[in-house]
Design a protein around this ligand. Structure first.
Ligand SMILES: Nc1ncnc2c1ncn2[C@@H]1O[C@H](COP(=O)(O)OP(=O)(O)OP(=O)(O)O)[C@@H](O)[C@H]1O
Length: 482
């Protein structure tokens, strides 16, 4: 079955919705190629996922008769390929061969060394090059400077709903309107995600719509991660899939494991993928037993890159399934929101990345189960609430003990605070007294000096009387008068 995102991908530029400004720029740029090689030989389409960037490239090629050479920017093998295509003539030749347009996806995932190569290739190019990125600020500068940036907007809920209605109508299937609205809402501007959800739902029967949508709500990112892991033969890309996930590696492992047989079909490939997963499992187990969470890195490599390169994948649309052992996840939504809140607190207070914070949380779980004193200090430091403490200990009794210890830490902190305040006050009083003393001494000195002057003046009045200036009043005069 053809994936609907492909089946319903607009073939013409006019069918791309809500990106008029971007499309105008793209058209003007491609037309400039018909008058010679333009100053900016590359375009950088930048915007959120599923907003129509790839679709634009293919519709453009279709209308202006270009053949698209699509390459992945983060794959090193790409340079050699581009080099080959760069020498291809850009104008239609006598044999009627098509002009080539190079499309580099994921320009925000290029390594610095790759960036230099691509920049050189752009300089040499005689073909139009279009790059695409979600985060254009992460595209290496040397490439960004050589490209004209075209911004794509995040699609609105209404655009998405309209697209879903169109698909439902042309497939002749019935999906309740509320479900479509729900899908559109949860897609957060990503039309690809919405169309995939819809196809998932329809192919699985709408009776488990609620289940699929519930998973989609909390597991949106894990579905995307699975897509990335299983869709690529590229180890680096597969590893990157886990970068922004909220889930711990052991959970992700279950998801990947569950979906291996839906992705690979040759027995030897399936066996290879399971082999990679079991090695990842060994590393994870060792990490938990020894507390050496550095081992997670190897486990992640095995479960992503190791699985991704295990063999030939099924073509077309692949429906992913939640692991059976996690079927109860839906009921533990609250638990996951507690966990997320702990991770956020660790990130904030300890200035950590998400993965580091998740790793630290695992260490805290061991501490909370075994050392209540240290646990109480951590809880005070992170300002943890009752539910968060219970989650970390996994035991209500221990949690209650930790809370008792926290009370005494809070009390001590208060006492230390007041003690500190008293000491500060005392120190300030001593300082003030010293200052007063100094001022008095100065005053006395001034007074004696003045008295001496007066005596001198009285002694020789006649001599000085003539050219004497009136004496200017000083602050001390004023104080004396008082
Ligand atoms: N503006 C749009 N108009 C019509 N259809 C769209 C639009 N944006 C996305 N789609 C639909 O969503 C699917 C995914 O879009 P596309 O591949 O163009 O996304 P993208 O912006 O390239 O995303 P990514 O950055 O993740 O590669 C397409 O198959 C198409 O059906």
């Amino acid at each position: 079955m053809l994936p609907w995102v492909e089946k319903y991908r607009p073939k013409r530029l006019v069918d791309i919705v809500n990106q008029e400004k971007a499309l105008e720029k793209v058209k003007a740029w491609i037309e400039s190629w018909f008058h010679g090689i333009p100053k900016k030989k590359a375009l950088l389409l930048a915007g959120p996922p599923g907003s129509g960037k790839t679709t634009t490239v293919y519709a453009l090629a279709n209308e202006y008769k270009f053949e698209v050479i699509e390459l992945n920017a983060s794959d090193e093998r790409t340079f050699g390929k581009i080099e080959r295509y760069l020498n291809a003539a850009y104008t239609m030749d006598v044999f009627g061969r098509r002009r080539k347009l190079i499309f580099l996806d994921e320009a925000d995932n290029i390594e610095p060394s790759g960036a230099k190569e691509i920049a050189k290739l752009i300089d040499k190019a005689r073909n139009p090059i279009i790059m695409s990125a979600n985060k254009y600020w992460e595209v290496p500068l040397e490439i960004r400077n050589k490209a004209e940036i075209v911004e794509y907007k995040r699609l609105g809920q209404r655009d998405i709903l309209k697209a879903l209605f169109r698909i439902v109508k042309s497939e002749g299937v019935f999906v309740p309107k509320e479900v479509l609205v729900e899908i559109a809402k949860r897609a957060r501007g990503d039309l690809r995600a919405a169309i995939n959800d819809l196809q998932n739902l329809v192919s699985g029967g709408t009776e488990d719509a609620e289940l699929v949508l519930a998973y989609r709500d909390v597991e949106k990112s894990i579905f995307e991660a699975l897509g990335m892991i299983f869709a690529s033969d590229n180890a680096k890309r597969a590893k990157m899939a886990l970068m922004n996930l909220d889930n711990t590696p052991d959970e992700v492992l279950l998801w990947i494991e569950e979906n291996i047989p839906y992705v690979y079909y040759k027995p030897e490939d399936i066996a290879r993928a399971y082999e990679a997963i079991s090695r990842a499992d060994i590393y994870l187990g060792r990490a938990t037993r020894t507390g050496n969470y550095g081992l997670w890195k190897y486990a992640i490599d095995m479960m992503t890159a190791g699985v991704a390169v295990s063999g030939v994948k099924k073509k077309g649309f692949i429906r992913f399934y939640p692991p059976k052992t996690l079927k109860m996840l839906r009921d533990t939504k609250e638990e996951r929101s507690i966990r997320e809140s702990i991770v956020r607190k660790i990130m904030k207070e300890m200035h950590m990345s998400k993965l580091e914070a998740i790793e630290t949380m695992q260490i805290f779980r061991a501490i909370f189960a075994n050392n209540l004193d240290v646990a109480a200090h951590i809880a005070v430091f992170l300002d943890l609430g009752d539910k968060e403490i219970e989650f970390l200990t996994g035991d209500k009794e221990k949690a209650a003990k930790i809370k008792g210890k926290m009370l005494s830490i809070h009390r001590k902190l208060k006492e230390t605070k007041t003690e500190l305040e008293v000491r500060i006050e005392e120190a300030e009083a001593v300082e003030e007294a010293a200052e007063e003393e100094e001022v008095e001494e100065e005053l006395e000195e001034e007074e004696t000096e003045e008295k001496e002057e007066e005596v001198k003046e009285e002694e020789q009045p006649a001599k000085e009387e003539k050219g004497k200036k009136p004496k200017q009043a000083t602050l001390f005069d004023f104080i004396k008068k008082k």
